[in-house]
Ligand binder design. Structure first.
Ligand SMILES: [Zn+2]
Length: 159
């Protein structure tokens, strides 16, 4: 399976060197499509805008550093994304769990910084893990047991 999120080792890039697209692909192990999408859509700046592009090592490093910084906004298991703060936050106080048939369970809480409601959809299989992390309060146990049983039977029949 193809991994969505990747980090690139920009220390492998030499600062005082101009790379063409093929060299970038080889150094970072990426496809030409990725390289061109960085140039055309994500703000990687070639030395001049004439094809075939040449890219300065310093610019390439800057681009990758900035790109990887952006990705650090991913939530840790004990965090939820707060739309107001625009970053992952831990919930304060009690969190609650909302379950309904056919949907993924949702954990709801309030941002520890700005008090905005934050939530996180989780998968049924992660439920136990999150129950422990968030010390979830209002859980409808009977319903959950029913869901888990159904899921197990379904998977058995399938395999
Ligand atoms: Zn917030």
């Amino acid at each position: 399976m193809k991994k969505h999120r990747r980090t690139f080792d920009y220390r492998r890039i030499k600062a005082n060197y101009s790379y063409d697209v093929a060299e970038i692909c080889e150094t970072l192990d990426i496809t030409k499509g990725t390289a061109y999408s960085w140039i055309n859509k994500e703000g990687l700046k070639p030395i001049d805008n004439i094809s075939p592009y040449l890219l300065h090592g310093t610019e390439l490093k800057r681009f990758l550093q900035q790109r990887q910084k952006k990705r650090k906004h991913k939530c840790q298991p004990n965090e939820m994304f707060c739309l107001k703060c625009q970053r992952p936050r831990r919930p304060k106080g009690k969190t609650s769990l909302i379950t309904s048939k056919g949907n993924n369970p949702i954990i709801k809480g309030f941002c520890i910084i700005c008090n905005t409601q934050i939530n996180k959809a989780i998968s049924q299989s992660d439920l136990q893990k999150y129950k422990e992390i968030f010390n979830l309060q209002s859980v409808d146990n009977e319903h959950l047991v029913e869901c888990e049983t159904t899921a197990t039977i379904y998977n058995k029949n399938k395999g």
